[in-house]
Design a protein around this ligand. Structure first.
Ligand code: ATP
Length: 590
C-alpha cells in the first residue's frame, strides 16, 4: 500500500468535524487496505507504532526531528526553528519546507522522480530507527528519518513527523477504530462490542484489525488471554454509601482494602520469567526487581496471571506508606539502592489465568480461593485484606479499619462476578474516604477548550472547558468551566502544555454548546473537585437522557492526571449516578 493513499485519508480525518463521517472514512480505508499491512495502518491511525506493552522508544524527540527536517530539505536549523515557532506543529513545518523544496526543484526544471513510499517501508524504517543504539546512533537515526522525509510528498512528511513525535492530531481513539472495523468486516457498527471484548483481552488494535480482516467473526471469537499479553484491567464504579453498595452487588458481598499504590498485572511463565504490567499496560518489570523475585518464589512451578496493588511500606513497623513514597521510588534511577530505602509489597486480589486455563468467567469467590491455594506468600507478596459479610455495620467497621491501616477505603466485589476485562462495571464498587468537599469523590475530566484570561490572567487561559467521557457514543461532553484551584505556576504552564492538542475546528468527538476561544483534541486529563452536581442548560453531559445537561458547581482543579488517557476520564453515566445518589442523600438528610 502506498503511503500517499494513507496520508490522504489522514488528511480527511484531520479535517472532519463529524464522528460518523470519521467512521465512514475509516471503514473505506480498512476495506481497501491489504491484510498484510492492516495491523500497521490501524496502529498509525491511533498515533502508535506499537501496542503499549511492546512500546519501543524511537529515541527521537523534537530537537532531533528538527535536525532531520533541516537535513532533508537542505535548510538551516534556524529556519526550521522559526517556522516551528510560527506554526506550533513540526508536522506542518515539514510539510511547508517540503512544498518549498518542490517549488524550487520545479523552477529549476529538475524533475526528481522518486519511488513513492509504501506503508511497509515507512514502518520498517521507523523500526530500524528504534533499534539503532550504540556509537553514532543519533546521527544514524537522523539520517534515516531525513531519508524518509526527502522522499515524501508534503502531506506524507507532515504525518511521518507527527507519527515520530506520537502526536497525530486526529482525535481517533481505539474505540472509534473498533467501530469502523465492525462496520467494515462484521457488517454493522453495532458489532463493535464483540471487537471491544476481544480487544480488552488482547489490547493490540493492529492484531484485532488483522484477525477481523482475515478471519472475521470466527477468528475474533477465538481470542483468549495469553501469557505475556496484558489484559485490560477491570475497573470499579463508585458508591456514596454502604447500603447502596449492597443494593448493587447483592448480599453477602466481599470487601477488600483499597490500597493506595500502583495496580499491577503480573504474568508468570513456567520457566520463572515474570512480567509486570501497569494499569496502562506498559511493561514496568524493570522498576520492581524485588516484586519479580517475590512473585517468582510465590508462584514457583506455575503459569499464572495475577493482579494486585504494589504499595510502599515501612519495614520497621510494617505500616503502609503513602502513595507519594511509591512515586518517589519510581522517579529514582538507581533502582538497587531504592529497593532498600523504599521497600514495596504487592497485595494480590485476583487470579485470572492459571496453568493453561483462563479464569475470566470463573466466579470471583472461586478465583480468590484458587489464588489463596496457589500463591505461597512471602515478605514481598501477600493477599489483599478482605471480609465477606451481609452486614452494613460490619462493612462500615472494615472501612474504618482500612483507613486506620493507611488505605484509601474499600472495594466491594460481587461474589459470583466474572472478571470483566476493560470494563468499569457494577460488579466492583469503590468506597473512598471523604474529601473535604460535598461531593465525596473527585472526578477526572478532559480539557476540550480554553477561554482567554483577563486582568491578572491576561496572556494565559482564564478558564478551561472540561468534559466527561460518554462511553456509549464515544464522545466528550462538557460539564464545567474550570477557573479555580490553579496556582500561578499552573496557569503559566497551561498554554504550552495544551499547545500540541490545539485545533482550529470543533474536534469530531467533542460535543459542546459553549464556544471556547481555543479548542483542543481530547487528550489532557485533570482531577477536579466540586461542591455538587447540578442540572445545566448550557452543558451537554447526559443531556439527551435528562432533557438538561449536568454540570459541576464550584469546580476546583486538584492536579493533572498524566497517568490517565481521555477515555479513562469519569464517564457521563458515572456523573449521572453521582447526581442521583447526591439527590437521594439530600432527601434523606432533609
Ligand atoms: P482511583 O482514581 O480511585 O485510583 P481508578 O480510576 O484508577 O481510580 P478504579 O477502578 O476506579 O481505578 O479503582 C480501582 C483501583 O483501585 C484499581 O485500579 C487499583 O489500582 C486500586 N485497588 C486497590 N486495592 C484494590 C483491590 N482490593 N481490588 C481492586 N482494586 C484495588
Amino acid at each position: 500500500m502506498k503511503f500517499r493513499e494513507l496520508a490522504k485519508i489522514l488528511d480527511a480525518l484531520e479535517r472532519t468535524s463529524s464522528r460518523l463521517q470519521m467512521i465512514a472514512i475509516l471503514k473505506g480505508l480498512f476495506l481497501k487496505t491489504p491484510p498484510e499491512v492492516i495491523d500497521k495502518v490501524a496502529l498509525i491511525i491511533t498515533g502508535k507504532l506499537y501496542p503499549e506493552f511492546r512500546e519501543k522508544d524511537l529515541g527521537i524527540g523534537e530537537k532531533l526531528t528538527m535536525r532531520a527536517i533541516s537535513e532533508a530539505y537542505n535548510v538551516p536549523l534556524s529556519v526550521v526553528e522559526s517556522l516551528y515557532k510560527k506554526l506550533g506543529d513540526l508536522g506542518r513545518v515539514a510539510e511547508e519546507l517540503c512544498k518549498r523544496r518542490k517549488r524550487q526543484a520545479s523552477s529549476f526544471i529538475i524533475d526528481v522522480i522518486e519511488e513513492p513510499l509504501t506503508v511497509d517501508e515507512v514502518r520498517k524504517t521507523l523500526d530500524k530507527i528504534a533499534d539503532i543504539s550504540g556509537e553514532g546512533a543519533i546521527e544514524k537515526k537522523i539520517r534515516l528519518l531525513a531519508g524518509l522525509l526527502s522522499r515524501a510528498e508534503p502531506n506524507e512528511a507532515k504525518h511521518i513527523v507527527r507519527l515520530v513525535l506520537r502526536r497525530m492530531r486526529l482525535g481517533v481513539a481505539e474505540s472509534t477504530v473498533l467501530e469502523a472495523l465492525a462496520d467494515a468486516f462484521l457488517g454493522a457498527r453495532e458489532y463493535k462490542e464483540l471487537l471491544e471484548r476481544a480487544y480488552y483481552v488482547y489490547p493490540d488494535i493492529g492484531y484485532i484489525a488483522k484477525v477481523v480482516a482475515t478471519e472475521g467473526r470466527e477468528g475474533i471469537m477465538k481470542i483468549r488471554p495469553q501469557l505475556g499479553i496484558p489484559i485490560k484491567m477491570m475497573l470499579a464504579h463508585r458508591a456514596q454509601d454502604l447500603k447502596e453498595i449492597f443494593l448493587k452487588v447483592g448480599r453477602p458481598a466481599a470487601f477488600e482494602y483499597k490500597y493506595d499504590g500502583e495496580r499491577a498485572q503480573i504474568h508468570v511463565f513456567k520457566d520463572g520469567t515474570v512480567k509486570i504490567f501497569s494499569r496502562h499496560l506498559e511493561d514496568i518489570t524493570a522498576q520492581y526487581p524485588d516484586i519479580v523475585e517475590g512473585i517468582r518464589k510465590a508462584l514457583e512451578g506455575h503459569e499464572a496471571i495475577v493482579e494486585g496493588e504494589i504499595v510502599a511500606y515501612d519495614p520497621d513497623t510494617d505500616e503502609l506508606r503513602p502513595f507519594q513514597e511509591l512515586m518517589r521510588r519510581k522517579r529514582k534511577y538507581e533502582i538497587e539502592r531504592v529497593i532498600e530505602e523504599i521497600p514495596v509489597r504487592i497485595y494480590l486480589f485476583d487470579l485470572i489465568y492459571l496453568d493453561g486455563e483462563p479464569l475470566l468467567d470463573t466466579p470471583y469467590n472461586k478465583r480468590r480461593e484458587l489464588l489463596e491455594n496457589t500463591v505461597k506468600p512471602n515478605e514481598r507478596v501477600t493477599f489483599a485484606e478482605r471480609i465477606v459479610t451481609d452486614d452494613v455495620k460490619e462493612a462500615e467497621n472494615f472501612f474504618h479499619k482500612s483507613i486506620a491501616d493507611g488505605c484509601e477505603g474499600i472495594m466491594a466485589k460481587k461474589l459470583d462476578s466474572p472478571y470483566q476485562a476493560g470494563v468499569r462495571g457494577r460488579l466492583w464498587i469503590k468506597y473512598k474516604r471523604d474529601y473535604h468537599y460535598e461531593l465525596s469523590d473527585t472526578v477526572d475530566l478532559v480539557v476540550v477548550g480554553a477561554f482567554m484570561g483577563r486582568g491578572r490572567r491576561a496572556g494565559t487561559y482564564g478558564a478551561l472547558l472540561m468534559a466527561a467521557y460518554d462511553k456509549e457514543t464515544d464522545t466528550f461532553k462538557t460539564v464545567c468551566k474550570l477557573g479555580s484551584g490553579f496556582t500561578d505556576e499552573d496557569l503559566q504552564k497551561l498554554p504550552k502544555m495544551l499547545e500540541p492538542y490545539k485545533v482550529d475546528h470543533k474536534p469530531a468527538r467533542v460535543e459542546s454548546e459553549l464556544v471556547p476561544d481555543v479548542r483542543f483534541l481530547p487528550a489532557v486529563v485533570a482531577e477536579v473537585a466540586a461542591a455538587e452536581i447540578t442540572r445545566s442548560p448550557i452543558h451537554t453531559c447526559y443531556r439527551e437522557k435528562l432533557g438538561t445537561g449536568l454540570a459541576l458547581r464550584f469546580p476546583r482543579f486538584v492536579r493533572r492526571r498524566e497517568d490517565k488517557g481521555p477515555e479513562d476520564a469519569t464517564t457521563c453515566e458515572e456523573l449521572y449516578q453521582m447526581f442521583l445518589s447526591q439527590r437521594k442523600k439530600k432527601i434523606i438528610e432533609s
